[in-house]
Design a protein around this ligand. Structure first.
Ligand code: PLP
Length: 401
């Protein structure tokens, strides 16, 4: 028999208890199927906070990792390695023309972006160093990034915050305009606020933000850690705002989560003119851009491209939105179904009781954020039948089963 309880007991002794963990030990995964040590099967509708964008154990990723592992693991960034170049070339192919710095996580990517915004701000007089971000945002857990994060609960107990991070309400261009002063270096925002509850912006608002940045000479940084790499049905979340008045491109974007498909990869990606300021000695990351992670990340781009997975995300997401909106058995429980592609939120009327536990008992892995928003972010490779079976179980769970 699998020793679940013994592992939980050992974990309680040796692991810091900073995560609210379920008493479940996951031991195996394949695509969107997950299995715990007791042999229970789950449909993975959250892909490890969106990281496992191609699901578990994708053969192309295994092959890429294996081939690279037999060739070269890691050299310091005082040398070149080709997989880094190849991944950055893929970013250029699918986003705006830019240059990349690779690290391990979303927060590190955001740190690098804010440092670069300050470097750019040094060129002005008076010097610009403040970053404006939005209420209900999430940008990571370092001291600077909890300072950037617009959620007091994340900051509590770690005061004082790093100075220079200012928060305004999302959706109000007037609030942003009045927060900008002579010392403002940039605006940091998520194209869709993930942890805040899958909160979308209107294209008009984002266009106004871009215009404000142009008028006031501010750097616009899109935190695409959640929305990047195909999750929303386009390659990057900002590409949804390109509709009527031409492209709304950021000056920098940050990536994490799905960029590595479950391996620790983050990136700052910046327009060349800004990127040029990050000269030798200004920033770095020992294992950032290591050859194995890069080879896998580059392969993820190729698989998404080859299998047209952005289109697939858009179709599967639209299907789920329509289904969940028309499901009469949960009509009185659901306030709104929203999101884009396979980044979806189902806002309930009331915070549910033991939702995650019940979802697991019903055979699905989902997430609950902002007290009453159920989040879905499966792998883009999830089978259509499997997606429907997962949605069946979700409906039962929302209904109270
Ligand atoms: C929008 C956003 N930015 C940054 C982060 C931080 O990423 P990481 O946990 O990789 O540091 C997260 C994590 O959830 C996120 O959702």
């Amino acid at each position: 028999m699998f020793p679940t309880q013994e592992i939980l007991d050992r974990a309680a002794k040796v692991l810091i208890g900073n995560y609210a963990r379920q008493p479940v030990v996951m031991v195996r995964g394949h695509g969107s199927d997950l299995y715990d040590g007791d042999g229970r099967h789950y449909i993975d509708l959250f892909a490890g906070f969106g990281g496992a964008i191609l699901g578990h154990c994708h053969p192309a990723m295994i092959d890429a990792a294996g081939a690279q592992m037999r060739r070269l693991w890691h050299v310091g960034n005082t040398f070149h390695n080709e997989p880094q170049v190849e991944l950055a070339e893929r970013l250029n192919r699918h986003a705006f023309a830019g240059q990349a710095f690779f690290c391990h996580s979303g927060l590190e990517a955001n740190e690098a972006a804010c440092k670069l915004a300050r470097l750019r701000g040094q060129q002005f007089s008076p010097k610009r160093w403040k970053i404006i971000s939005l209420a209900h945002s999430f940008h990571g857990r370092s001291l600077a990034m909890i300072s950037a994060t617009g959620n007091p609960a994340i900051q509590q107990g770690f005061e004082p915050m790093v100075p220079g991070f200012i928060h305004v309400e999302a959706g109000s261009i007037e609030a942003l305009q009045s927060a900008v002063d002579d010392e403002t270096a940039g605006i940091l925002m998520e194209p869709i606020q993930g942890e805040g509850g899958v909160l979308e912006h209107s294209p008009q608002y984002v266009q106004q933000v871009r215009q404000l940045c142009d008028e006031r000479g501010l750097a616009l940084i899109f935190d695409e850690v959640w929305t990047g790499c195909g999750r929303t049905g386009r390659w990057f979340g900002y590409q949804w705002f390109a509709a009527d008045r031409g492209a709304v491109e950021p000056d920098m974007m940050t990536l994490g989560k799905s960029l590595g498909g479950g391996l620790p990869v983050g990136a700052l990606y910046a327009k060349p003119q800004i990127a040029a300021l990050l000269t030798p000695g200004k920033h770095g990351c020992t294992l950032g851009g290591n050859a194995i992670c890069m080879a896998v990340a580059k392969t993820i781009f190729d698989v998404i491209d080859r299998d047209r997975l952005t289109d697939r995300a858009a179709q599967l997401g639209q299907h789920a939105i329509e289904r969940l909106r028309s499901e009469s058995s949960i009509g009185d429980k659901v306030r709104q179904v929203r999101g884009s592609g396979l980044m979806l939120g189902v806002e309930l009327n009331e915070p549910p009781e033991k939702f995650i536990e019940r979802a697991l008992a019903n055979g699905i892995v989902v997430n609950l954020t902002a007290q009453k928003v159920v989040r879905l972010a499966p792998a883009l490779t999830i089978g259509a039948d499997q997606w429907d079976r997962g949605l069946d179980a979700l409906v039962r769970t929302i209904a109270g089963e």
